[in-house]
Design a protein around this ligand. Structure first.
Ligand SMILES: [Zn+2]
Length: 179
């Protein structure tokens, strides 16, 4: 074995190459010294010295204290908040109007009943000439109805918030103000 092949053989070689490298180091003082130095370096890397105060200060000064908020981050957060609020509004409105009609719902003017022509829809199912128009019309009516429901939900939300505020913070009477 040549001296140049010693370190790769003792580190990455198979059992036979390692054995040959060890027997080479037993006869070659230079490779034995290289092996000792390499083992010492590995021991040092395995047990690194504790970080000094100066090193810690250097690290802390290099790391930015706060991540800068980019405008795109702000906008995406606002977009997410708006989307979440809109979806909550729609879900609350649909559930309040469809499945839990409260007395307050009765006060809200009911949306105009969709004038779906059942006969036309049946014809559309059978594949008449105006089938697409009828389906499109039905979809438009459904869209209008959903918009009305969303408005109702917004109104219900606003009312319940006002009622909550009034029960939490009762309006001051004239006698309370004068005291
Ligand atoms: Zn050697």
């Amino acid at each position: 074995m040549k001296c140049d092949d010693f370190l790769p053989a003792i580190e990455n070689g198979g059992p036979l190459r390692k054995w040959r490298a060890r027997s080479h180091a037993a006869q070659c003082a230079r490779c034995a010294a290289v092996r000792e130095g390499w083992l010492e370096t590995r021991r040092q890397w395995a047990n690194p010295a504790a970080t000094t105060t100066h090193q810690r200060q250097l690290w802390a000064s290099a790391v930015p204290s706060e991540r800068p908020v980019t405008s795109s981050g702000v906008w995406s957060a606002r977009r997410w908040a708006f989307a979440a609020a809109a979806s909550v509004l729609i879900v609350v409105g649909l559930s309040a109007s469809l499945w839990r009609p409260s007395p307050e719902v009765a006060e809200v003017a009911p949306p105009p009943a969709p004038a779906l022509n059942v006969a036309e829809l049946e014809q559309a199912k059978l594949g008449g000439d105006s089938s697409f128009e009828v389906i499109e019309q039905a979809l438009n009516q459904l869209e209008v109805e959903l918009e009305v429901l969303a408005l109702d939900a917004a109104l219900l939300d606003a009312r319940s918030e006002v009622e909550l505020l009034l029960t939490t913070y009762k309006p001051l009477s004239v006698s309370q103000v004068s005291n």
